[in-house]
Each structure stands twice: as structure tokens, then as C-alpha cells.
Design a binder for this molecule. Sequence first.
Ligand code: WTA
Length: 669
Amino acid sequence: MSTTDETDTSPAPVTGRLEAELERLLAVESFDPPAGFTRRHPVENDVAAAAADPVTFWADKARELLNWDRPFTTVLNDANPPFYKWFEDGELNLSANCLDRHVAAGRGDRVAFHWAGEEGERRVITYAGLLDETQRLANGLRSLGVGKGDVVGIFLPMIPQVAAAMLACARIGAVHNVVFGGFAPSAVRERMEVSDAKVLITVDGARRKGRTAPVKAAVDAEMGDLKSLERILVVEAVGAAGLGGERAPMTPGRDVWYEELVAAADPVCPPEPMPAEAPLFILYSSGSTAKPKGILHTTAGYLLGVTYTYRTVFDIDPATDIYWCSADVGWITGHSYIIYGPLSNGATSVMYEGAPDYPDFDAWWKLIDEYKVTVFYTAPTAIRSCMKWGAEYPDRHDLSSLRLLGSVGEPINPKAWLWYQQVIGGGRCPVVDTWWQTETGAIMISPVPGVTSTKPGSATKPLPGFSPALLTEQGQPLSEGVGVLVVTQPWPSMLRTLYKDDDRFVETYFSRFGPTTYLVGDAARLDADGYFWIIGRIDDVINVSGHRLSTAEVESAIVAHEAVAESAVVAQADEQTGQAIVAFVTLTGGRVGDDAMVAELRDHVAARIGKLARPKRIIWADDLPKTRSGKIMRRLLRDVAEGRALGDVTTLRDPAVMAALASKVAEAD
Ligand code: WTA
């Protein structure tokens, strides 16, 4: 940004000037695409083609962007909505599209990942190298008994093996089920159990900010008696030294070292031609109940969605761009925009194992400078943290290589958007606020950089081929105003079902407005220019730092504690994390909660779900506000948590409960 002003005789401190500039820019409603930004991939034809006929548009893209072992002859089978099928009689292999085709074209030496560890380690993984490791691992998995359709769990930190693990599954037609490394082993167990995973690929230990967590030992404690899980494959990432002297415990006959398996395996594993609709992966996500939803994606449609949107939204030139997505591979963003989208396009990415604030607050900016990153994709919560730490950290580094910035995961507040655009992007980079979900597989609403004018806080408009729309509560189309977000046409990368739970799939997404209208679960506003502004969830899902959590899941973890009689969990607006978890808790036998119990309950939730699910605030409640039929009124609890005047309490069984709670919260604050 321009911080030098010739006429300024008494320069204010830089931060003061930045504040003033951001305040000024907050009044700017819309930003034209920066003049210096030139698109590499034109979209005009796509926009016209998709508007004319979305199905033909996707068929053309599928032929243009993917390599098929057997070309498809039917595009969309919509005979049995909402169970859509795309490119049904076609066959391809996803790992061949991500690896072999680039190597065959003479680009085997291109870097797939520049891997950076948090202690300064560096590794370079080329396309040829990744193909080699993927083939060996694929053969290794086969030797452990993994075949087509078998589920393989993956619980790994951000190490290069995670890419090989996912691709090796795809190569042999196995279905991966990646669990975010921040989840507790008991959550991993639940996900392995409900998906009948045959093999789990994990790690001896995981590093975070200079400390090492003994992952394998913790996994053993949870997974020991799980019958369906036949083998555990262990990457030795930290070794005996990292674990305080001894290598991770291994159970003979069940556990295998990853390195040994890969070294001994046959280096050639031809890619298995897979039917377009063969399951590719399951990714568990939170819904309205305590039971996580196993979102199922299939092969060709998913690959097409991520391949097309990656090049359109990030305008990648694989020969020159260095791309970095700071998400974790355990979320959909990592699946689609760290692994499959970039690799299918033959792009070069940075993969980083560490945190943004270790060893110092400039860890990310240092990497951008070192690798000359051109396209950076992160989350609003991270941007807000960086704002809090201050512009002095990015200012220490040369960020002039950046040409495009992306955001994902939650609504981005205009101030954070502007800070990102000004401080990180130097005012010259388009900012793409990308809206999508685990269920959509690929970005659906986003500016097209260089084309769409942006409004801070708005994800702007649908990408070609996607048809999000707003409806009133009654299901009437809305062209302006606030409504319920839906998608009116099937799209190739849509979820196909919830794993082994077709009924819940239909009930969750296709019951409110019928079998052809996908219910997103978000509320949004459409402005007079047709721009979408995402407001937030309409179900009992909390979005903490862009991570989806279910109130019911957190509640059931809390009530599993022996001292707890009852609990209700709500979201409270939070400047840092977007939303924060507030738990109202009633203890058994009239026990009174204290600070020690707060700590105990927070640890208890961390052990059952993961640290990310720990309540920020616990409010002791003698009783919870319930309707006469016994339903907890969360709306009132949100009012109390956020200090608002209480709404209508007349439907409560005992209105006095609310007054008691409100006075208690006021005291505590
Ligand atoms: C929210 C993450 C506003 C939204 C890719 C959605 C967003 C949920 C945005 C999906 C955005 C995601 N602006 N809200 N740009 N991106 N969301 O499945 O509520 O982890 O329904 O997928 O995050 O979260 P999920």
C-alpha cells in the first residue's frame, strides 16, 4: 500500500495511518478489478455457455479438462432425484489425472509441493517423485488387503505423505476417509467405526509449535478393540528422538511402518480405471445432530468441479504460479484446493506443517517471501489474528510476488477484507471471497479475479455452471433481500449421499423444498446488483474459526461427564473466531460449578472431540429455559450469552428461569 505521502509533514505512526486508510476504504462500496491484473484463463465463453445450457457446459469441460480411460456418452442422469449421476458410463482414474498425465507430458520434474516444516525443514516433492511414492504405497495398501471400495482412514498432520496416501487410495479405487489432525483420537475412532475402515494411516507423532504429540500411542488407546480395523500404517515423522527416546509402540501383526512398506513395494502400479460414479472419499462434517455426517463424493464429477474452479478462481498458470492454501488437508478445503484441484491442473504449491505464529508472528509472510508465493488462500479467522498481531510482521517481508488472494470458511468482515487487500495484497491483488461447503465439493460463489468487481464482505456471484439462489421461508424465489440459500440445479461435484444413510441425505438437504432443490443450510442476502452476502447457518451448526461444529455434538460430550446433569450449547458472536461456543451447564445434585470444574469440562470436551470444540465460556445454570413440551429454547440462551434484552419468554414452562440466568451472567461478566 502507499504509505509515503510527500505532503505529509508530520507523519503519523504507520499503524495510525493504516487505520485511517482502512476507515476511508470502509466507505468504498465496490472495487473494480485492479488495473495491473491480467487474466490467464478467459471466462467469457464459459459464462455464456453455462448460461445457455449448464449440462452441455459441464460435458464440454469434462472432455477438455480431464483424461478419460473410457469416454462417457451420457452426461447427467436425473431420473431419480436427488440421487444424480454424472458421466455415468465414463471411466477415469483420479491419480492418473493428478500425476501420470503431467509426467507423461514431460513435466515430471515440476514441483508439486514445496514442503516446509515448522522448524525450518524443507523438502521438494516433484510430480515424478509423488507418482513414484503413490504407486509404491498403492501396491503396499493392496498387500495389506485393501481393494476397490474399501475404506482407508487417514489421520495425518500436514506432511507430504498425506498427499501420497490420498492419491494411492484413488489409484486402486479405495475410498479415503481423512480425519482432521486436530480431532481427538476418540473422534477418529468414531469415524473409523461408522465407515468400517479397514486400514488407518497415521503418524508416530505430530509437531505443533515446538511440542510433539504422541499420536500413535493415543490412537492405540482408542482403536485397540475395533474389529473392523485390520491394519494400522504408521509414518515415522518424528522418530524416537521426537518421542523422548523410544519409537512409537507397534502391535505385531497389525501395525506396519509406512517407510518399510513403501520401500519394499513394487514401484509400478497402473492406475485402476474407475467408473465415474465410484466413491472417492468420505469426509465427516457436523450437522444438526450429534452424529457427524459422512459426506460422500464420487470420482469424475468431483474432479471436474475442483479442476475447473481451481483454474477459474485462482487463474493459475501452472508454469509460473506458486500457490499456497494454508488450510489443513483434513477439511474439504484441503482436499479440493491443496490436493486435487492443484495437482489435477499440474500446479506448484507450498505445503506448510506449522502454525502462523511459530516461531514468530511472521511465519507465513516469511514463507511467502521465501517461495515467492503468487496466490495465497486462507481463512478470515487467520486474517483477523494477523490483524491483531499487527502489520509490522508482514511488513518485515517482501510480499510483492503475490498477485491474488483468496478467503474461505466463514463470512469475512469488511475490515478484515480491507486489511488483507491493503496490507498483504499491497492494494494490487484481487481478493476472492469464495463460498462453498464440504457438500458442494468445489467453490460455487466467488468473484472471477480480473472480471468481477468486488464488495468487501460479499462472495459476489455464482461461478459458471452453478445455480445458487435465494428462496423465502415459504419457498418463493427472491431476487433481492434476505432468504434461505439453495441450489436449484444439480452440479458435478455435489455430494452423492451421506455414507450408508440415504434417508438422512434426503431429509437433511432435499426435504424442505423437494428433491430437486438442494438446501444449503445458510441464510444469505441478495443485493440489487445480484451479489450474494452470506449471513450464516440456519441450523444448529456453529462456525468457530471456519470449523463446523454441531451444538448437539458438543452437548453430548459435555453431558457425558459424570458431574453434568444437563447442558445446552449456543454460539456467541466473537470478534476473533467469528463465533464462539458458550455452554450452559447444570450440574448433578445441585453441585455448584467453580473454576476447576470449568477447566475439567473444557479438557473433557477436548478429549472427546478435539481442542477446537472446547467451550469458550461455561455458564452455570440451575435450570435451562424450556418450552412446555421440554424443548430447550436456544434463542433465549443466545440472547443471554450476547447480553441482549430477552425476547418473548411467555412460551416457557417457567419464565423465572430466564431472569435467574440473566442476572447470573451479568454478575459473572
Ligand atoms: C460457511 C468450507 C461465508 C458457510 C469450504 C458454509 C462461508 C460453511 C464461506 C461450510 C464464505 C464457507 N463466506 N460463509 N466465503 N465459506 N462458509 O463444509 O456457512 O467446512 O455453509 O466448507 O462455511 O463449511 P465447510
